[in-house]
Design a protein around this ligand. Structure first.
Ligand code: ASP
Length: 333
């Protein structure tokens, strides 16, 4: 019997039991009282990285709308799959949520075996933002622009280290695209998130990182790393001196990282809708909008912060990335 059928059968059994004991109780009592205790957002990467930054700004703003605490817990490791698994198997009561990114589209193809269902394990609540990526290196790397970096990477090959947040991370995807565009293989160094990866890049332990502006803007402005390009079609107002990859000699190298909010599969629709309303309110929050703009991004349009828009976008995106990943041929087991 499918998981869904088992679930609906047990839901029917529970509903039957309830109708015997509490025939007068309103059907959506739990949704009406929601939330009555703190909500936890799981971030599937280490603290201090880009997903963490987005989730913490969101948690604060959603907490204001929901009238209760929304806390963030970091469950990093295995390219974001450990944290996602935690949410997929959590009680579907609206108190355990997930903020994840484009990895939700690549992981179903990248991983041949997972202990959770990477698509059917979740209820999408709404999209949050799309974040540009930047290609950056350690401060004293022997290249001053993208063309020199390309030549250096081709010369050095596996002697050059490329940090990422594990197979399934956005930094992994960007690194994969970078290596296949150049036709080289570098040595990848996986971290539990690009927060810790950034520490090592600033310290000079690793050579290269492709990461989101929500993690790289302040380092680029502070000159603690060397920035080569941004992966959007046009330059960013927040980093006006940084050329696009198109301008800097890698035409067509464009990738941005969408983020979404999820609840476990089976979360009551009233609760998912309440969360979506709170998400939309958070995305209008002036403090969140200011911080997003400063970090090179912006909230999605309000009509994309809905369960239906999120689901349609996500499912299409899984199919969009499937052939790209199959061609690149880098899988996790
Ligand atoms: N989002 C980052 C990545 O996918 C990791 C992180 O948030 O730390 O590379």
């Amino acid at each position: 019997m499918s998981r869904l059928n088992r679930r609906s059968l047990s839901a029917m059994a529970a509903a039957a039991a309830l109708s015997v004991c509490c025939a007068m109780a309103p059907a959506s009592a739990s949704a009406q009282a929601y939330p009555s205790r703190p909500i936890t957002i799981i971030v599937p990467f280490a603290a201090g990285g880009p997903t963490d930054t987005v989730a913490r700004l969101l948690a604060e703003a959603m907490g204001r709308d929901l009238g209760g605490a929304v806390v963030v817990e970091n469950v990093g490791g295995a390219g974001g799959t450990l944290g996602a698994q935690r949410v997929a198997v959590a009680r579907p009561d609206g108190y355990t949520l997930l903020v994840h990114h484009i990895g939700m589209s690549t992981i179903p193809t990248l991983y041949r075996r997972l202990a959770y269902d990477p698509v059917n394990g979740f209820e999408p609540v709404g999209l949050i933002t799309e974040v540009p990526m930047t290609i950056i290196g350690k401060r004293n790397i022997a290249a001053t622009n993208l063309q020199e970096l390309v030549a250096l990477a081709r010369r050095e090959g596996v002697n050059m280290n490329l940090a990422n947040a594990g197979v399934g991370a956005a930094s992994h995807l960007c690194g994969l695209l970078f290596q296949s565009a150049l036709g080289v293989q570098l040595t990848t160094v996986p971290y539990r998130g690009t927060g810790p990866a950034m520490n090592d890049l600033v310290g000079g332990t690793v050579d290269l990182l492709c990461d989101q502006t929500t993690n790289t803007t302040e380092q680029i402005r502070g000159n603690t790393v060397r920035a080569f390009a941004v992966t959007t079609a046009t330059r960013l107002p927040s980093l006006p001196d940084l050329p696009t990859a198109n301008e800097a000699g890698m035409p067509g190298f464009e990738v941005s990282v969408w983020h979404g909010l999820y609840a476990p599969r089976g979360t009551p629709v009233e609760i998912v809708n309440r969360l979506s309303t709170a998400l939309q309110a958070a995305l209008r929050d002036p403090n969140l909008m200011r911080r997003f703009a400063d970090l090179g991004t912006e909230p999605v349009a309000q009509d994309r912060a809905t369960p239906a828009a999120h689901r349609a976008f996500w499912i299409a995106d899984v199919e969009r990335w499937r052939p790209v990943i199959q061609t690149a041929g880098q899988f996790a087991d």
